[in-house]
Write a protein of this length. Structure first.
Length: 190
């Protein structure tokens, strides 16, 4: 079974919306505006590109990343990696042609089936709504969280507020940096 890894920049109060400056959010760009940049705090992002064998994302994140990431050197390792987009509305005609193999998945059942295939880890980038649905369905195996020392208040959250049984996590890696950022890697205890 393949490991599904959720990776996120997250504020201390759980907001993941528009960390890189995406338009339409009051605190857009919060990861670089309010916290001193320390390269070592982002080491895990480079490691993810080396360890992942596929990317999973929701439609909104796909539509944000696909015009930009294929040409960015920072994301070069992702260019030829298979990508899976969970969407009930996208069509093949909506997909970009310069970003390697892209497959549209129509449901969480399709994601569960993908996890049953041969291959290495699948990384979930962005995709706040998809992350909450995946977690509620018990499909996430690991979290890579880069936690910023900010309280943003309103905004899309990483975790759902669904009333469900407790889900245990096991801390497998962590580090705190002088700028207040924390790296927390948790395995989901299934």
């Amino acid at each position: 079974m393949r490991t599904l890894i959720s990776t996120a920049f997250v504020s201390l109060d759980g907001v993941v919306e528009a960390p890189g400056g995406e338009p339409g959010y009051r605190n857009s760009g919060w990861t670089f505006k309010d916290v001193e940049f320390l390269p070592e705090a982002f080491e895990i992002k480079g490691r993810e590109q080396k360890e992942a064998t596929a990317i999973l994302m929701g439609r909104v994140s796909y539509e944000a990343f696909s015009p930009v990431w294929p040409g960015m050197e920072d994301f070069a390792d992702y260019k030829e990696m298979p990508k899976y987009v969970v969407s009930t509305t996208l069509t093949e005609d909506d997909l970009v042609g310069n970003w390697g193999e892209i497959t549209i998945l129509r449901s969480l059942d399709d994601v569960a089936a993908l996890k049953e295939t041969e291959g290495g880890p699948i990384i979930v980038h962005g995709s706040a709504t998809l992350n909450r649905k995946l977690a509620d369905a018990g499909l996430i195996d690991r979290y890579h969280l880069v936690v910023f020392p900010l309280l943003l208040g309103a905004g899309k959250r990483l975790f759902s507020d669904t009333d469900k049984d407790t889900q245990k996590l096991k801390l497998v890696e962590h580090e705190a940096y002088p700028n207040g950022i924390q790296k927390n890697v948790f395995d989901v205890v299934h």
